[in-house]
Design a protein around this ligand. Structure first.
Ligand SMILES: NC(=O)c1ccc[n+]([C@@H]2O[C@H](COP(=O)([O-])OP(=O)(O)OC[C@H]3O[C@@H](n4cnc5c(N)ncnc54)[C@H](O)[C@@H]3O)[C@@H](O)[C@H]2O)c1
Length: 384
């Protein structure tokens, strides 16, 4: 099978830049005929990080600056995975240069920065821009999305979604940019984890009408890695209670959790929905297992536990009896982006697109309201 190749440049070769390189390097994993990403150039302001990236990905050109990638005719698309304070600058420059890209969340350090990105995007509808969010590509999540879209849930009673980490429980964990508001943003853990919690609900049309947020800062300073300490001024945990639905006859609560300090959790993403006809729940804690309850009057209300295994959106060499994991979700997300870029939204081999700028915009509206809710200790209405 000869696949179309898309030449990519990578801006930011840290944690996530390397995940993309790994996913791109094993494109032979996919049996679906999806355009193949080929990383031709990369840049990072850290010289050792860039060198290590190019050493482990032979043939990738080291570029001195992201502007070099924007000016390179051989770079068709980009992956931009840099700290949040740089999103507006680099995303808008990429759009102006006419480069397609998958950008990391939160898509701007705050709502104003996100608006700047969206204003630039409005001028270039030809540029295919999507936002990274890999958890919806777990097979269990794909099944829940189909279930909800089929209407089988009945009236929605409640939705709960979240992303939980625990490594920050260690007060001696050295600080990094994600714990500093000037780089990560005032949103704190919401900027870091929030779109992961909001993406599937938004995709299912569950737009919050109001929010009451409880945000907590637990660890106030952290080692700076050089023998001293630095202020740790970001929110560690966020619990958002929202009202969704169009009005009194169909409204329901939605609870979104984004926690850096949730003891025992290592990247636990979960989604749970309760409905009058059916309920469903999935967690990356049990990555091959989907739980569903189908209500029938007079019958026992029993949860069905199905081990769905590896049933990916884009077929792969892995047999259905095996488990699906984080790196698979990353690759499936990339397959969705490359598929959409090469074939157009209507020509995709499966219907689930990556998170859109519109969904990222909705998340900014929610997180800004959550900050106000925390400050005023009040329920904040979200303008529709
Ligand atoms: N989708 C996910 O699951 C997920 C997970 C973690 C982080 N992220 C997001 O990815 C983005 C990057 O996070 P990360 O964890 O990879 O961070 P990281 O710190 O590991 O990597 C960021 C890299 O960007 C580089 N950089 C900084 N300024 C630059 C510039 N001007 N030009 C080029 N490179 C520059 C840094 O040197 C660093 O190597 C953030 O938006 C973050 O929210 C997403």
């Amino acid at each position: 099978m000869t696949r179309r190749e898309i030449n990519f440049g990578v801006i930011g070769c840290g944690l996530m830049g390397r995940e993309f390189a790994s996913a791109a390097a094993r494109w032979n994993h996919l049996t679906a005929d999806v355009a193949r990403p080929r990383i031709v150039a990369a840049c990072d302001t850290s010289e050792p990080v860039l060198r290590a990236f190019c050493d482990s990905n032979p043939g990738v050109r080291a570029a001195p600056d992201y502007r070099d990638l924007l000016a390179s005719p051989d770079v068709e698309a980009l992956y931009i995975a840099v700290p949040h304070h740089l999103h507006a600058e680099i995303y808008t420059a990429a759009i102006r240069a006419g480069k397609h890209f998958l950008g990391e969340k939160p898509f701007g350090i705050d709502r104003a920065a996100n608006a700047v990105i969206n204003a630039e995007l409005a001028k270039r509808p030809d540029v295919v821009v999507r936002c990274s969010s890999e958890f919806p590509f777990f097979p269990g999540v794909q099944r829940i999305v189909s279930l909800v879209k089929s209407g089988a849930i009945g009236r929605v009673l409640e939705v709960r979604c979240g992303l939980l980490h625990s490594s920050d429980l260690d007060p001696l964990k050295p600080i990094n940019w994600k714990r500093m508001a000037k780089f990560n943003g005032e949103y704190g853990c919401m900027g870091d984890l929030g779109l992961h919690a909001a993406h599937v609900p938004f995709r299912l049309g569950f737009a919050p009408r109001d929010v009451r947020a409880v945000l907590t800062k637990v660890v106030k300073e952290r080692p700076d890695g050089k023998g001293g300490t630095l202020p740790c001024d970001t929110w560690d945990n966020a619990l958002l209670t929202c009202t969704c639905g169009g009005g009194p006859d169909d409204e329901f609560p939605m609870i979104l959790e984004m926690k850096r300090i949730a003891p025992g959790n290592t990247n636990t993403w979960f989604f749970e929905i309760d409905g009058t006809h059916a309920s469903a729940r999935f967690s990356t804690r049990n990555p091959r297992t989907l739980e569903m309850l189908f209500y029938e009057r007079g019958k026992p209300q029993a949860w069905l536990r199905e081990d769905i295994g590896y049933q990916s959106a884009y077929p792969s060499i892995t047999g259905g009896i095996f488990e699906f994991g984080f790196t698979d979700a990353i690759q499936q997300m990339w397959a969705a982006y490359c598929d959409e870029l090469a074939a157009g939204t209507s020509g995709m081999k499966q219907p689930f697109t990556c998170a859109t700028p519109a969904e990222a915009k909705l998340s900014h509206r929610l997180f800004e309201a959550a900050l106000i809710s925390q400050r005023d200790r009040a329920v904040v209405k979200l303008e529709v």
